[in-house]
Write a protein that binds this ligand. Structure first.
Ligand code: NAD
Ligand code: ZN
Length: 359
């Protein structure tokens, strides 16, 4: 079966494109109970961007703290209940922030129309009804959450996305100017998410011409941003990394992530490590799976003087290592991509525990 991929409906790209938000929303106003919910990363509270939001009287502006933990099912359910009880059904949801806010906005859009807890919908095509109009404005580049079909949430039992066609944003505004303030370490970790997406996408059985076209272009841009003569955070690279993130995400859409992301999910679920950081911690030790790419990754780490923690596993209990390995083992699509359909003959829970012991 070939994937039948749902793309974003509309994309507005370019420095300064944020100023078009008001006009874009105007066409959606009045579709439900006459207000828009703005979900904004609390980094922007009190900043210039908030003054430029096209807020109307009845709109709801919510600042969300995405640190230190990743978005949860409980958090999404709470926001949904609060808004529905206070004002009814919004005309749309606008998410402004990094991958965490993208996922919260996507999940909220679905949860406004689907009853019960979001835990019921963690998985593929479990969502029953289309959500409400949702618009994403990323302020960090790298996760690909702006274009993916999944809204990743951590629930009491699992870290898993609400994945279906309706999850995908109706509209993106990609304004690289919004990413200039990202602190350097965060810029690196989230940027590396894209690099790792592309490497994992190409290292597995689901790789194909579609994934390759987007993945190769994304990798080329990543290399310019993180290794080239003009590497570093600057306006030109902000533009490049934003497109690298989008293309990396599109590459994955038709392929898969692999060993690194499986391990990363375990680190996030058990220790709450942020996604980009967790990927870097794992990828650094996966030379036998990703070969020269790990060397290249290390040269980028060195170039930006990033201090990745070493010897982490010495501080973990056997129970914690087993718990992480179980989270990773339960992501069969990633292992299938990386090792083939017979992956269970090639790797065991114990082997995965040993991968964690390398970190
Ligand atoms: P993030 O959204 O968690 O934000 C990281 C930090 O950067 C926060 O402190 C935030 O306040 C700050 N920040 C955001 N924008 C800023 C700006 N412009 N200037 C200064 N600070 C800013 O980081 P992320 O790496 O973009 O997202 C990670 C999340 O994305 C994880 O929850 C992960 O599960 C999710 N994710 C989802 C997908 C998907 O396909 N849905 C893919 C990859 C990752
Ligand atoms: Zn990722």
């Amino acid at each position: 079966m070939h994937k039948n991929f749902k793309n974003i409906d509309k994309v507005c790209y370019g420095r300064g494109s944020f100023s078009q938000l008001g006009d874009i929303l105007q066409t959606k106003r009045g579709e439900n109970d006459g207000f828009i919910v703005f979900i904004v990363d609390n980094y922007f509270e009190g900043k210039e961007l908030v003054n430029k939001l096209p807020l109307q009287d009845n709109d709801e502006l919510l600042f969300i703290d995405v640190d230190p933990k990743e978005p949860t099912t409980e958090q999404v359910d709470e926001i949904r209940d609060k808004v529905l009880n206070k004002k009814g059904l919004p005309d749309g949801v606008v998410g402004i922030g990094g991958g965490s806010i993208m996922d919260i906005a996507k999940a909220l859009s679905l949860m406004f129309t689907n009853e019960g807890s979001s835990t019921l919908y963690q998985g593929l095509n479990l969502v029953k009804k289309p959500g409400i109009y949702h618009l994403g404005i990323p302020t960090i580049s790298g996760t690909g959450a702006e274009c993916s079909m999944t809204a990743v949430l951590t629930g009491p039992e699992k870290k898993l996305g609400l994945k279906c066609d309706w999850t995908v944003f109706n509209q993106l505004i990609l304004d690289p100017d919004l990413t200039t303030s990202v602190p350097r370490n965060q810029w690196f970790y989230t940027g590396m998410d894209t690099y790792i997406h592309c490497i994992e996408s190409e290292t597995g059985i689901f790789y194909n011409a579609f994934s390759k076209a987007y993945g190769e272009e994304s990798l080329k841009l990543c290399r310019e941003v993180f290794l080239g003569d003009h590497a570093g955070q600057n306006p030109e690279n902000d533009e490049k990394l934003m497109i690298a993130s989008l293309f990396g995400g599109l590459s994955l859409t038709y392929s898969e992530v692999g060993v690194c992301h499986a391990l990363s999910y375990g680190l996030s679920k058990i220790f709450g490590y942020k996604h980009g950081f967790a990927n870097c911690v794992a990828f650094n030790h996966l030379e036998d799976y990703y070969g020269e790419a790990v060397q290249e990754f290390k040269s980028m780490v060195e170039r930006f003087n990033i201090k990745l923690p070493q010897g982490l596993s010495a501080g973990w209990s056997d129970e914690e290592i087993t718990a992480m390995a179980e989270v990773a083992y339960n992501l069969p699509h990633m292992w299938t991509h990386a090792l083939g359909y017979e992956w269970k003959d090639k790797i065991t829970l114990k082997d995965i525990e040993n991968l964690y012991r390398r970190l």
